[in-house]
Design a protein around this ligand. Structure first.
Ligand SMILES: Cc1cc2nc3c(=O)[nH]c(=O)nc-3n(C[C@H](O)[C@H](O)[C@H](O)COP(=O)(O)O)c2cc1C
Length: 207
């Protein structure tokens, strides 16, 4: 499959992905380029019972209306163009036949049977974020190549304690991103595939 076929899976089945496949996905993502090959991130993979525990803790935090937060500051100001794209995405999601599910499935971490967390140093520069993002996209593409669905989502990292309870994450590292992995259900929400800007909107060429 090519990267054009990829989209985010938002409802995973309970079927487990075998560990060798998950390890192959992460290993292939390690081919991502990084500043002087620094590979300045770590990955923590929750599967099976650990993923169940994290999802249960997450559901409880949502039900208790616990205030959420992230260890890396979310974007504060978008450009006008990014703002317009977000509005467009929200419009598409809210007009989707399964619109209610977007929120509901976020609250159960999309039922992901496996969750990969990416950490970076707390004082990391934006270039480290570039490298970690390349690695994260590598995970999505490798998953697609292995017939495994995936979604990167803020929802995975907004209650950091549920992750710290399961993993020993060094004090100087921040949980940056979470990626859900697993097999997609037949739910039509998994077909949701928002478009992208016209190329000339983001690309200026001079020759
Ligand atoms: C940093 C980041 C955070 C995201 N957070 C969420 C989220 O909390 N909930 C969600 O449904 N999708 C989330 N997504 C998925 C995006 O909505 C999705 O990637 C985007 O709409 C493009 O769609 P596609 O992945 O299907 O190509 C996130 C993606 C990224 C990269």
């Amino acid at each position: 499959m090519t990267n054009l076929a990829r989209n985010s899976t938002r409802n995973f089945s309970s079927k487990q992905v075998d560990l060798d496949t998950l390890k192959a996905i992460v290993s292939e993502a390690q081919q991502a380029p990084s500043w002087e090959n620094s590979q300045p991130y770590h990955a923590f993979l929750a599967t099976g019972e650990t993923a169940n525990k994290i999802r249960a803790a997450h559901e409880k935090a949502v039900a208790d209306k616990t205030k959420s937060w992230t260890e890396v500051m979310p974007p504060q100001d978008w450009t006008a163009a990014a703002d317009a794209n977000i509005l467009d995405w929200q419009y598409q999601a809210s007009n989707h036949p399964e619109s209610k599910e977007f929120g509901d499935l976020n609250n159960v971490l999309f039922n992901a049977s496996a969750i990969l967390y990416i950490t970076i140093k707390k004082d990391a520069s934006s270039y480290v974020a570039y490298d970690a993002g390349a690695f994260g996209y590598g995970v999505l593409l490798a998953a697609e190549n292995h017939g495994v669905g995936a979604i990167p989502a803020y929802g995975f990292v907004r209650y950091p304690q549920e992750i710290h309870d399961q993993f020993e994450i060094p004090d100087d590292e921040a949980i940056f991103m979470g990626i859900g992995l697993g097999y997609p259900t037949e739910d039509p929400i998994n077909q949701f595939k928002p478009g992208r800007d016209d190329l000339d909107k983001i690309l200026q060429i001079k020759d």
